[in-house]
Design a binder for this molecule. Structure first.
Ligand SMILES: Nc1ncnc2c1ncn2[C@@H]1O[C@H](COP(=O)(O)OP(=O)(O)OP(=O)(O)O)[C@@H](O)[C@H]1O
Length: 331
């Protein structure tokens, strides 16, 4: 049986904002197995809670409630050795890697730092070989790139260097937050290709955060579609995008005529003000105000995840609850 790599259990994150609480994430659950490695996509529009998940997994922010368990270890009670090991095993690649580079240091320095932090090489020769291997894995060659300053690199090169840096540590999981949103279509394809290869050849899993459904379709194994901090629908990415079941996801998918790597998902849905939704409809379905199929029941009850297809295809919608729909017809 496959061992569990990462488990997020009932994760809730509430930000206090003046009088209002912002429920950035509510009761979120996810499991990634160690074998085979997989690319799990977290998708949803701006403000849906995607980066909150990334920040929680990377330990940049704490949970309000819930648990993060890595290789069986509850990270909230991990000791410093276990935390160090976790930091090595869980690497990050961000949307704009330019922001994380120190402009005064050459690229070589990025790699030297990793070598030092994780005591990776026994000598200079070994260090050089490891860096070279990591660069080759992401399709970069030669010493040239190491001598450059960050501003002398293209967006795609910077992104691939971040990927190489993450790879060099031989992590089990890479949290990639919008890694392709700042690059053009051909570079996007090459970075997605690097992710696929790291998954298949090096058994590295990804938590791939995006608002772009077409790339999720291309590379994603499992997908979670978030709506206002809750999971609207989840399943195998191709199953969900080919046959969405949640009214919100149906609207989103309709806004992309067909999955095509060259078409970016620009779902245009006008939402009511976020704070109003998050506070006034806490008990009911978050999508109630906009739902074309809404029922009275949805106003006061929060829909659990119902099985709507094969391979754990689940949707959080009362349309898939026979009891509720029968009662609504009677009423
Ligand atoms: N530090 C914070 N303080 C208060 N509210 C926050 C904070 N960080 C995020 N939020 C709120 O939590 C919600 C979820 O934000 P999050 O950044 O996770 O969304 P997202 O899906 O990643 O959006 P985007 O695609 O724009 O990055 C939003 O309503 C956001 O305003």
């Amino acid at each position: 049986m496959s061992e569990t790599l990462l488990q997020i259990l009932n994760a809730t994150k509430i930000y206090k904002q003046g009088q209002n609480d912002v429920v950035a994430l509510q009761d979120f659950n996810l499991t990634i197995n160690e074998q085979p490695a997989s690319i799990v996509t977290i998708a949803g529009e701006s403000g849906s809670g995607k980066t909150t998940i990334a920040n929680l997994v990377l330990g940049f922010t704490g949970l309000t409630s819930g648990k993060i368990i890595f290789q069986g270890q509850d990270m909230s009670v991990a000791n410093s050795k276990q935390i160090k090991e976790y930091r090595r095993n869980v690497q990050a690649v961000f949307q704009d890697p330019f922001g994380v580079y120190n402009p005064y240091y050459r690229v070589q320095h990025v790699f030297d730092l990793v070598m030092k932090n994780f005591s990776m090489a026994r000598n200079k020769k070994e260090s050089r070989e490891m860096i070279e291997e990591a660069l080759n894995v992401v399709g970069l060659y030669g010493e040239d790139v190491l001598r450059k300053y960050p501003h002398q690199l293209s967006g795609g090169q910077r992104q691939r260097i971040m990927m190489a840096r993450a790879y060099m540590v031989k992590p089990k999981l890479i949290v990639a937050d919008e890694p392709v949103s700042m690059v053009d279509a051909s570079l996007r394809a090459s970075i997605l290709d690097v992710m696929m290869r790291l998954k298949e050849e090096s058994n590295i899993s990804f938590l791939y955060i995006t608002h772009d459904l077409s790339t999720a379709y291309q590379i994603g194994d499992r997908i979670f579609l978030l709506y206002q901090g809750t999971v609207a629908e989840t399943g195998k990415a191709t199953d969900v995008i080919d046959a969405p079941k949640h009214p919100y996801v149906q609207l989103l998918v309709d806004s992309v005529p067909k999955p095509d790597p060259n078409i970016r998902w620009e779902g245009e849905i006008i939402l009511p003000p976020e704070e109003e939704m998050r506070t006034s409809h806490r008990n009911g379905c978050r999508f109630y105000p906009r739902c074309p199929h809404r029922m009275d029941h949805c106003l006061t009850n929060f829909p659990p995840l119902y099985e709507v297809g094969e391979r754990e295809h689940l949707a959080s919608c009362f349309l898939y609850d026979e009891q509720v729909t029968k009662e609504e017809v009677k009423a």
